[in-house]
Design a protein around this ligand. Structure first.
Ligand code: UDP
Length: 315
């Protein structure tokens, strides 16, 4: 039986990968220190005998139990990922992207595993090329309020390519753009969850700045399919994975008001520093090489997400 290690497996995206690999018959090791999750996303897997959860921080030395396993895949999704969370955990974010990635790469090297890295559109910073292709090197402030995340992920990519060159390790880097859907943390401060929860509670919807900044939102099921196709390919990346349909934050807020039937007002709050003005993935590479593109548009994805939060808020 093949084994997979999913670091950050209790998080929003990681938990779906645990589901996927268990369904494929893999011995699945989920490693997470629960710094930005609660374990709720993997509760349904606890009884599965092929599922092994370890409450462990990958920044620390790899536990013996893990070093004994021969992994086919090592997946790195471990990091705080929402701006308020990575700002609160700034040093930890830098450590997990550097030391944590290093420890996982060493583990992959021992197993001769294929290593998958969840990188991010944040490597492009506040881009002056639009949409962003993988070949764009980005415009990142290396000491600003987002620097702990952006530079941690950029360093992670550099480290992975160094391992690939030096040790011929089989690696692949993917850059995720804003992803949303059921199992997101309602309290981590991201725009989709903030606005849905506010609308459902009939509280004012908080828009930072004028709301004319843009993002391109990818529904979780589309992203997971893209990740799996990328892992199964022989590509090394980096490969953008995201939905290329771009919306302003104000458009998003109006859609959420319509989907929830809420009578909430919109309030405008100051725009946080270094908040990217526009973001849209160029997914030509994923389309051509993986035959992948998102199929769930924002209206449909929001309906599913609103339904999920309606149910969880009622519990
Ligand atoms: N945002 C907002 N209201 C909120 C939370 C976020 O207007 O309650 C804005 C934020 O300033 C950014 C965009 O929505 O321009 C996306 O924010 P998010 O934190 O979801 O992700 P980011 O893409 O910035 O990492």
């Amino acid at each position: 039986m093949s084994s997979v290690l999913i670091a950050g497996g209790a998080g929003f995206i990681g938990s779906y990968l645990c589901d996927y690999y268990l369904n494929q018959g893999y011995e699945t090791y989920c490693v997470d220190n629960l710094s930005t999750s609660t374990g709720e996303n993997i509760e349904h897997l606890e009884a599965n005998k092929n599922f092994h959860f370890m409450n462990h921080d990958i920044v620390l030395a790899v536990p013996e139990e893990l070093s004994k396993v021969k992994f086919r895949y090592v997946l790195n999704l471990a990091s705080p990922a929402s701006p308020p969370r990575y700002q609160q955990l700034a040093i930890e974010t830098l450590q997990v992207g550097s030391l944590g990635t290093f420890n996982l790469l060493e583990l992959a090297r021992k197993s001769k595993a294929r290593f998958f890295q969840a990188s991010t559109s944040e490597v492009y910073g506040d881009p002056d090329i639009h949409p962003q292709p993988e070949s764009y090197w980005g415009k990142v402030n290396c000491y600003g309020p987002r620097s702990m995340y952006d530079e941690s992920k950029r360093y992670g990519e550099a480290l992975i390519y160094a391992y690939r060159r030096k040790y011929d390790l089989d690696t692949v880097v993917s850059r995720f753009f804003n992803t949303y859907g059921p199992r997101m943390d309602a309290e981590d401060g991201r725009v989709v969850t903030n606005l849905i929860v506010q609308a459902l509670n009939n509280q004012p919807l908080t828009i930072y700045g004028k709301g004319n900044q843009t993002r391109s939102f990818c529904y979780i099921d589309d992203l997971v399919l893209g990740i799996v196709k990328l892992i199964d390919s022989d590509l090394e990346g980096p490969v953008n994975l995201g939905n290329p349909h771009e919306f302003s934050i104000l458009e998003l807020a109006k859609k959420i008001l319509a989907k929830t039937g809420s009578s909430s007002k919109i309030v405008y709050l100051p725009l946080p520093g270094d908040d990217p003005t526009q973001r849209q993935p160029d997914i030509t590479l994923a389309k051509e090489k993986l035959n992948w593109q998102p199929t769930i548009e924002l209206d449909e994805g929001l309906e599913k997400t609103v339904l999920y939060f309606k149910n969880t808020l009622e519990d």
